[in-house]
Design a protein around this ligand. Sequence first.
Ligand SMILES: *Cc1c(COP(=O)(O)O)cnc(C)c1O
Length: 402
Amino acid sequence: MSHKNPNIESKCVHSGIKEYQYGPVVPPIYQTSTFKFENTSHGAALFKGEEKGYIYTRMSNPTIEAMEDAIADLEEGYKALGCASGMAAIHTALAALLNAGDHVVCSKSVYGPTATLLSTVFSRFDIETTYVSGSDIEEVREAIKPNTKVIYLETPGNPTLEITDIEEVSKIAHASNIKVVVDNTFMSPALQKPITLGADVVVHSLTKFLNGHADVVGGIIVVKDELSYKNFRKVLNQLGGVIDPFNAFLVHRGIKTLALRMERHTENAIKIAKYLEEHPKVKWVRYPGLKSHPQYMIGQKQHKLPGGMITFELKGGYHAGETAMNSVGFCQLAVSLGGVETLIQHPASMTHFSMGKEARVAAGITDGLVRLSVGIENVNDIIEDLEQAFSKIKLEVKEPVL
Ligand SMILES: *Cc1c(COP(=O)(O)O)cnc(C)c1O
């Protein structure tokens, strides 16, 4: 790029792209597992890191590198590491930062498998986790122990959309030499840049907004200095959960429209959140763009726009949630999020069913709670579909006394 400091919309289109043979404007897909050495001394120089080049795709690949550089640029980090999934990115980042005997402070509203990874896999390696409400700074401060090495945040969190003040938590963490890892999946770097707010490491599920087209599973880690990069790269190379060149190509392609998509996701979500807030069959709506959101002001401070994710509670509990889910047509009943198409899901009967009711309620996942990933379609089509689905819900009507 010839501009010194391009704006985010321009970065989305141009970042990460280098000069390639024949001058393509798009990075070629280097669909190869390995790269030829000119001779043994060339191979040796590459392995020693004395010369820049490629050896083996698990270690690095030009197509993957182009996508990594684009995201590092968008997040204003030093470099990024492409992973096979969001969970591979989270696993690799935590494995790079933690040793046996260490302690993690983790916000309660995180993606379910993240909490499960900490409580089932990392706990076996003597790494203990304390869960806190990320929006309560005092609770975060009090959870810190002498052996705390990582504070792990997801903001807005899953599925409650609880917001944590990244800047405040980073200040507290750094005073005790603790690293802050932020899962930025729900916002994407077009709307929120945790590293500029003080975080040390950013992770993403590329599967969601960054790719944006529901056709790739991938993840990424962004770090802010060379030393961490080298350490993380070694760990990723050993764990082996790298993205492949074709998926990296697709993600890089998706990123070109990221800023545009996030604007439209938000524009639609604001209208839908207001529609839901006034609907007689909706008990409450949680959306970072509504003044009724408990951490609305923190959100205003740290994100550019409130994004495309809405959580709401239907009156009539489990039955109402189930009826609405079985009645939507235009909105698709599926897990995942962040694609161009509107997806809707009911955690109590789907993603969080196995938790059991008691644990769900403790995590704020009530029976009528619905999670909506607002797409970029015409907003009237989405609202029309919700309206006809809600009309099928029969709220308990009192039988007339005869
Ligand atoms: C989906 C998701 C993940 C996991 O990503 P995968 O690509 O499915 O492994 C992690 N964090 C958040 C917030 C997610 O939405």
